[in-house]
Design a protein around this ligand. Structure first.
Ligand code: NDP
Ligand code: ISN
Length: 280
């Protein structure tokens, strides 16, 4: 799996397995199988209720061969809105770490959304920065932040570590071109969540996509993940279906510029989940 260098100097695998909605009963096994299939990056959150199981799947893979090293795998989790604020975030980070004690550290901790407001966002960031200094967390970032939220953080006089990523919803039907380009210009990498539109657009490809699917003998999921990578993003496709794990990272084709623009839907705005990049 290719990697991308973040502003922290750390290398992250360019595709991560989204772990939202993977039932607890199968999460450990799916994560283990994903490691075997070549995944080296997992995205979960306090909200998803499966951090323990994601950690267990990674641990099982690490223990399955002495050639498997902790440094090869990337584990991301996110503090939920109720964990914002300095003391709450401190406690939240401790609790996140306890759930994956075998992993020893968290590769990346994100603030799930900007919804706790300007003051608490900075207080939360202070706790996140301290977690980096204590070696508990290697990278910190944000999610669902708009330009004004990141500007606030970048201009804060307490800033020690800029956010390594902004994780936002991006697919051809929710392109967020301006925000994504601006983040990349600030050297804040863009993680694309719901890159498969939560599954909604997969079964009925637009007619103009069909020749592209036929040319490369690929399915819609492969096309959307490749599109995201060629835009320079870090897509986080989710699947709980073992058979889809491998195909979602088998992407040995290159879309032409013309095909990329056929896939672009700049006039669409169809987010699948919540929208808080515009929150105060
Ligand atoms: N920061 C945030 O606020 C948010 C973060 N996220 C992150 O992004 C990840 C991805 O987003 P998510 O909403 O889960 O949705 P995705 O866009 O990844 O779509 C997942 C859906 O696509 C299906 N699917 C996956 N691969 C294939 C395939 N090859 N063929 C057909 N269907 C397929 C899955 O089915 P099945 O599983 O049954 O195979 C599932 O129904 C999340 O898991 C989470 O980690 C998501 C939303 C918000
Ligand atoms: O993966 C996610 N799915 C969601 C749905 C609603 C709010 C947050 C999220 C996620 O982080």
């Amino acid at each position: 799996m290719k990697t991308i260098r973040l502003n922290s100097g750390k290398e992250i695998a360019e595709v991560g397995l989204g772990c939202y909605d993977i039932p607890n009963s199968v999460t450990k096994q799916i994560v283990f199988e994903a490691c075997q299939a070549g995944y080296r990056h997992f995205d979960t959150a306090v909200l998803y209720g499966n951090e323990y199981e994601v950690g267990q799947g990674i641990s099982q893979w690490l223990k399955s061969s002495k050639d498997h090293k902790r440094s090869e795998v990337w584990y991301t989790t996110k503090l939920w809105n109720s964990q914002c604020g300095y003391m709450q975030a401190k406690a939240g980070i401790k609790s996140c770490l306890e759930k994956v004690a075998d992993l020893q550290y968290i590769d990346m901790l994100l603030i799930h959304s900007p919804l706790c407001g300007p003051e608490e966002r900075l207080n939360t960031w202070k706790a996140c920065q301290e977690a980096v200094d204590e070696g508990l967390v290697k990278n910190i970032g944000v999610s669902n932040y708009g330009k004004h939220h990141i500007e606030q953080l970048l201009s804060w006089d307490g800033l020690k570590y800029p956010p390594a990523v902004n994780q936002i919803e991006i697919s051809p039907w929710c392109m967020r071109q301006e925000l994504a380009q601006w983040c990349l210009q600030q050297n804040v990498h863009v993680e694309a969540y719901a890159p498969l539109t939560h599954g909604y657009k997969l079964s009925h490809p637009p007619s103009e996509f069909v020749p592209i699917l036929e040319k490369y003998q690929i399915d819609m999921a492969q096309l959307l993940i490749k599109w995201s990578l060629q835009k320079g993003y870090i897509p986080l496709p989710k699947t709980k279906t073992p058979a889809r794990l491998k195909s979602n990272i088998t992407l040995d084709f290159e879309l032409t510029d013309e095909e990329m623009s056929i896939i672009d839907q700049p006039d669409a705005y169809d987010p699948t989940d919540w929208e808080c990049t515009n929150a105060p």
